[in-house]
Unconditional design. Structure first.
Lengths: 195, 187
């Protein structure tokens, strides 16, 4: 399955969509919507919020389509819009307040677990990468995904969050630490038994 | 700088696992539903824009009314109070090239309309309220002066100028009150 940034749209189809041809717009929607929603879900996690951001992203995409200059692939352009919307959500005071209301869970729980990995519940049965990713805080998850999968640099991630590159590096390091805690039982070779 | 080969290998494995994850998800709505929501949002945005435009127009109208009122009030105060009506009256008459009868008829119509308005608007705005009060005071003052002039048999030309200014004050008051009613209709 292609990533959003790899998706290309034929120039004539784009031209028709820019002129307001609804059929062309629907074809573009069919081409980009799954990858766009996939990316947003990876970054935001929550389904309901991801749906809202997806709708907002696609509306912005069509509103601005006439200003698209084809300097970058359309997928990369749309990805930029989607990531910007997700970052706005992740940085919003509302989102931060919700994390606080929800308790120490998302943003802080995993860091305390990291300090005492032995106290973490056994994860042998939860080797699913999806679960591992979902166990990260929203911020750490977005940083990991942008860096490892979307190929963003630390500088770009830091800028997207309105922070520095160091913020991105530390988030990534801690997220890796946590993910290793999930994966290590599977990565380690079976222990030798003494004869 | 410490470089841990094991950490690096582990990080690469994590990256590989993440990259192997599906990057696409079935979108939460199909094109038709998306299009419906898009049109709904556009129409909401348009109505919001119209509402804001009406608000700006009403505010502008009130400001213009207040400003024109202010301009009318300043020149009339000096000649009448300063005792030089003969010099001032022709200037004021020249500035408004409409027939006396027309002005009087409009004034009567404006007064009739004003009488139909409630004494206090539903929403009292401080800016316009001050202007309305000021105008009403000026009209009352003009009425008093006209009455005394008639009783004492004052100068006809001066009385005519004063009557003319009174009509203009009534017209200004009607404009401000009309702007008030427009603004009161807005949410």
């Amino acid at each position: 399955m292609a990533k959003l940034v790899q998706i290309g749209i034929a120039a004539d189809l784009l031209a028709q969509a820019r002129r307001g041809d609804e059929h062309a717009e629907s074809q573009i929607y069919a081409a980009v919507a799954p990858a766009t929603f996939g990316l947003i879900r990876r970054l935001v996690g929550e389904s309901a919020q991801a749906e809202d951001i997806f709708q907002d992203t696609m509306m912005t995409f069509y509103e601005r389509l006439s200003s698209y200059r084809a300097e970058a692939p359309i997928g990369a352009w749309l990805r930029q819009i989607a990531i910007s919307k997700c970052m706005m959500y992740l940085r919003s005071p509302w989102h931060r307040a919700r994390l606080q209301i929800d308790g120490p869970a998302q943003e802080t729980l995993w860091s305390t677990e990291l300090e005492h990995p032995s106290q973490a519940p056994p994860r042998a049965e939860l080797l699913d990468v999806e679960d591992a990713l979902a166990s990260l805080s929203p911020t750490a998850r977005a940083v990991v995904w942008l860096f490892e999968v979307e190929g963003y640099s630390h500088n770009e991630i830091g800028r997207a969050f309105g922070r520095t590159a160091s913020f991105s590096k530390s988030q990534l390091a801690r997220a890796h630490h946590r993910l290793r805690a999930w994966f290590e039982p599977a990565l380690e070779p079976p222990a030798c038994t003494s004869i | 700088m410490h470089f841990d080969l094991e950490d690096s290998r582990s990080a690469m494995e994590i990256a590989q696992r993440l990259k192997a994850l599906p990057t696409q998800s079935a979108p939460p709505m199909n094109w038709r539903e998306f299009r419906r929501r898009q049109l709904l949002r556009r129409s909401r945005a348009r109505s919001e824009q119209r509402r804001q435009f009406a608000l700006v127009a009403a505010v502008a109208l009130v400001m213009v009314g207040t400003f024109s009122l202010w301009r009318y009030l300043l020149p009339i105060a000096d000649p009448l109070a300063g005792g030089a009506p003969a010099a001032a009256a022709p200037v004021m008459l020249r500035s408004v090239p409409i027939a006396w009868d027309d002005a009087a008829m409009r004034s009567v119509a404006a007064e009739r309309w004003l009488a139909a308005q409630p004494a206090e608007p539903v929403i009292v705005r401080v800016g316009t309220r001050a202007a309305v009060t000021n105008l009403e005071d000026r009209i009352a003052w003009a009425d008093d002066t006209l009455s005394s002039m008639r009783a004492e048999g004052g100068e006809a030309e001066r009385a005519r100028a004063l009557q003319y200014e009174r009509d203009r004050l009534v017209s200004s008051l009607a404009q401000v009150r009309y702007a008030e009613t427009l603004a009161a209709d807005l949410p």
